[in-house]
Write a protein that binds this ligand. Structure first.
Ligand code: ACO
Length: 339
């Protein structure tokens, strides 16, 4: 059976940059607090675009860098916490924008681990021969679910999208994949759906409203608990991937972590006793873009020419749900792409 490989990558971030200093003009915060606690210097915010639009732009960039045509794509998955609609899926909207009429399309809800979950699902489809070319996208417009008056949370996130096309090849591109979830931590990182609002007065009296879902519809987070979870999940995921693949940390050229917080990454660098350069980071420029953070980073590394054929790269994510997961890939693209 043919092996599964990443064939191309693409990404898109909105032009609008919001620096820490600019945020400090509208809420009670400052560059020093944000940088020392998180490492974030600035983030991108969409102006008038929704998740499907930025997801499609990332997808088109990936397609430009491959010999795959939109009609060759037979599976599209969008990992997102911030879909355009409850229905249709963001993936279906993207399908229409890019003209991938032969694809089966659906969204993945696994917060910041969503891209890894999508990789895992695409791998299964391609490996068992059901699908040939999968387009997977992590895309977020988190700015629309942030409370911009809450300094403890709005400074952390940004908008963006990253994509990868997966297909078949001779070399084993996806070496190992691992995912996990723990619903006991569901309340630690949460954004409620819009509550039922029965606008017929007579009916409203007869049907009780869902109390669970009332009130706050912005992202909320127990920061310290998430910090503890993140370092544990990352450590265990890396350990599991290495032991199940028979590799050591020295075999891995780069670790691409979910770009949540530099302090989480620094903690892992110390724990694993590895060179800082092994961990790729770009959260300084984009903040936490949830499901988009890993594919944006991977595409940037590809465009910067950091990845060479044969390199082993470990991607690791963690997020709301709680969810976590990782993969070890071998880079199989021999042609470096220009930015
Ligand atoms: N600017 C200035 N002061 C602030 C800000 C801000 N933006 N936000 C909070 N503060 C203040 C608080 O009001 C508090 O003040 P007080 O002591 O007078 O009450 C003080 O700073 C400390 O607040 P904490 O919330 O306790 O800050 P903490 O040290 O826990 O840092 C942080 C917050 C950075 C979020 C931390 O909890 C963390 O690193 N968490 C990890 C999780 C994470 O990064 N999540 C990102 C998304 S989750 C994911 O991707 C899976």
């Amino acid at each position: 059976m043919k092996e599964v490989q990443i064939l191309a990558t693409g990404s898109y971030v909105p032009d609008r940059i919001v620096t820490n200093d600019e945020l400090a003009t509208v809420i009670d915060t400052n560059d020093e607090w944000i940088k020392t606690r998180t490492g974030i210097g600035e983030r991108r915010i969409t102006t008038g675009e929704n998740t499907s639009s930025i997801a499609a732009k990332a997808a088109l960039k990936a397609l430009e860098n491959s010999s795959i045509k939109p009609l060759d794509i037979d599976l599209i998955m969008v990992a997102t916490t911030t879909p355009d609609c409850y229905t249709p899926s963001t993936a279906c909207i993207v399908q229409n924008i890019i003209g991938a009429a032969n694809a089966t399309c659906f969204d993945i809800s696994a917060a910041c681990s969503g891209f890894i979950y999508a990789l895992n699902i695409a791998y299964q489809f391609i490996k068992n021969g059901t699908k040939k070319n999968a387009l997977i996208i992590g895309a977020e417009t988190l700015s629309k679910i942030l409370d911009w008056n809450d300094r403890s949370i709005c400074v952390l996130f940004g908008d963006g999208a990253g994509a990868a096309i997966l297909g078949c090849g001779e070399e084993k591109g996806l070496i190992q994949i691992y995912t996990g979830s723990d619903g006991k931590g569901a309340n630690l990182l949460k954004c409620n759906a819009v509550p039922i609002d029965i606008n017929n007065k007579k009916l409203k009296e007869k049907i009780p409203q869902n109390a669970d879902n009332e009130g706050y519809h912005y992202l909320s987070m127990e920061g310290r608990e998430i910090f503890k979870f993140a370092v544990k999940a990352m450590g265990e995921t890396i350990k599991t991937l290495l032991s199940s693949s028979g590799l050591t940390i020295d075999d891995i050229k780069y670790i691409v972590p979910h770009q949540a917080n530099l302090r989480i990454i620094d903690y892992m660098i110390k724990k694993l006793k590895v060179d800082k350069k092994k961990f790729y980071t770009n959260l300084q420029y984009y903040g936490n873009t949830s499901a988009a953070s890993i594919p944006i980073a991977l595409d940037q590394m590809n465009r910067e020419g950091l990845l060479e054929k044969g390199d082993k790269i470990l991607l690791v994510g963690f997020g709301g749900g709680l969810t976590w997961g990782g993969t070890i890939i071998e880079w199989t693209i021999d042609k470096q792409i220009s930015s």
